[in-house]
Ligand binder design. Structure first.
Ligand SMILES: [Zn+2]
Length: 368
């Protein structure tokens, strides 16, 4: 495998779990890693200074939203998203395929791509592999994703097979597209809960010049147990010298189980979205709803073991009061806490892998 702009170094294995580093032109990413999601080019509720204080090595931006709202021409004129959003660490962009299948109205496949209507204003668009790669080139992300066809589960065998066939053709076309010198591209494995389809898709993708591989099409309707089981059976069969990215997953429990299966990279809207809904993650995979009356006079921090800004300075009672009064500060504080919780979990996982104590940590996690 040629060393591209993105490369992976394996530091240590513990069972199937891996401790490693993904190298990018915007810094090294210690793995396993959680990547906070900045859909529109910002982590919802946080300033870039607040995000920097959380110290993530990489964040996500969504091609679908940036394409519909800003377009490739403006992003090029602006010098790319790093410059526009004043972010000097790594970005990963999804291809927008998942949003087309989950958010947009009216979708229609064409051998060349997919027609859809914007969820924002109903305008009609046509996504091709070339268009999404051009868009990601304009964004200037460090890691771009191929366009894939991501069916919701449960899905028939015919639907899964069609998705794999279409995604292979689209991946080949994405691999041929021009891109910035600093940008790597990851292929995406589909196949639903059918191991043989996933292996067939993987076999096709490893022949293409990608710098990493992703598992798509999970956390789209199946149970967490089914997802963990598929990861256990499939992920270790992916090539050792590629970073492995489980897209759109998940709860703290899912992250621990994903690492146990050999996943290196995760992203999910769960910590930021839950903060806006008034839910914080505490302890080992537990959740706390700040609106509960029990928090009304509770002077303890959100999580006694957390060192985030919110937990160092404020009580549950105060944050609950702000949330109930609809003060945006409550959402800011809970977003900071939830992202700290996720990033701390990954630090603990990395340390546990280094110290051969990962299985002890894994045993503490219960379904969240
Ligand atoms: Zn906290």
């Amino acid at each position: 495998m040629l060393k591209g702009p993105i490369s992976y170094s394996l530091i240590k294995k513990s069972g199937k779990a891996r401790r490693g580093v993904v190298h990018t032109q915007h810094g090294d990413i210690q793995t396993p890693v959680f990547m906070p999601v900045g859909t529109n080019g910002a982590i919802k509720a946080l300033s870039v200074e607040q995000v920097e204080a959380l110290d993530p090595s990489i964040i996500l931006a969504n091609t679908y939203h940036l394409y519909l709202r800003l377009g490739a021409d403006f992003l090029r004129e602006a010098g790319g998203l790093h410059k526009l959003a004043s972010w000097d660490r790594a970005y990963l962009t999804d291809s927008g395929g998942f949003q087309v299948f989950s958010l947009s109205k009216m979708r229609k496949f064409d051998p060349d791509g997919v027609h859809f209507q914007s969820h924002i204003d109903g305008s009609r668009h046509f996504y091709t592999p070339e268009l999404v790669m051009d868009m990601q080139a304009a964004i200037g992300s460090d890691i771009a994703m191929v366009l894939d066809d991501c069916p919701a589960l449960p899905a028939t065998h015919e639907r899964i097979e069609a998705s794999v066939k279409r995604s292979i053709v689209w991946a080949e076309r994405c691999a041929r597209c021009e891109r910035p010198a600093h940008q790597g591209v990851f292929g995406i494995v589909q196949g639903g809960l059918e191991l043989d389809m996933r292996l067939r898709h993987l076999e096709a993708l490893v022949e293409m010049p990608f710098q990493g591989l992703s598992i798509g099409g999970l956390s789209v309707g199946e149970t967490p147990e089914e997802m963990h089981d598929m990861c256990q059976k499939f992920v270790y069969q992916m090539p050792e010298d590629f970073p492995r990215y489980l897209m759109g997953v998940g709860t703290p429990w899912d992250l621990v189980e994903g690492v146990a299966a050999g996943i290196d990279m995760f992203d999910c809207v769960m910590p930021t979205r839950n903060a806006r809904m008034g839910t914080v993650f505490v302890g080992e995979g537990k959740r706390l709803n700040i609106r509960n009356a029990a928090n009304r006079k509770d002077m303890r921090p959100l999580d006694e073991n957390c060192q985030c800004l919110a937990c160092r300075r404020f009580s549950r009672a105060y944050i609950r009061h702000l949330y109930v009064a609809k003060e945006i500060t409550a959402v800011i504080l809970m977003t900071i806490h939830n992202l700290t919780h996720y990033l701390d979990l990954m630090r603990k996982i990395r340390t546990a892998l280094e110290n051969d104590t990962f299985e002890e940590l894994r045993a503490k996690f219960q379904p969240a």
